[in-house]
Design a protein around this ligand. Sequence first.
Ligand code: NI
Length: 151
Amino acid sequence: MIRPILTFPDPLLKQKSAPVTIITDGIIQLAKDMAETMYDAPGVGLAAPQIGVLQRVIVIDVAAKNDAPQLITVINPVVIHGEGETFEEEGCLSVPDFSANVKRHERVVVKGLSLEGQERIWHAEDLLAVAFQHEIDHLDGILFVDRLSPL
Ligand code: NI
């Protein structure tokens, strides 16, 4: 089910989300809805608080438009290592009609749980690395506009 996406300055976007303790049918349905909502938007990532659910769940798909989908769903994602620096243009489904360059790590290692509850490690670089950092920020109530350095 496609869910409405909250937009800035909705106060829920500033909240810290809670870790998922049990992967219930509700969490599985949430992840499905998030993917559907992301593809419909369309966007390359979505975090649960963006649809008003304060739980640590993200979905990402950075595959090019004409390529097969490469959906990544992570429960309780944590960046355990970051290196390098990149400064790419970012946008956000919760901040419509605005984009800006944001300083991020170029490569990250992310640890989390798959939807099946298996602990997994993702090694990401470039666009995927940025997407992980952007979506994990949402779980801490941080929007990309909060990371813009003052001129
Ligand atoms: Ni976003």
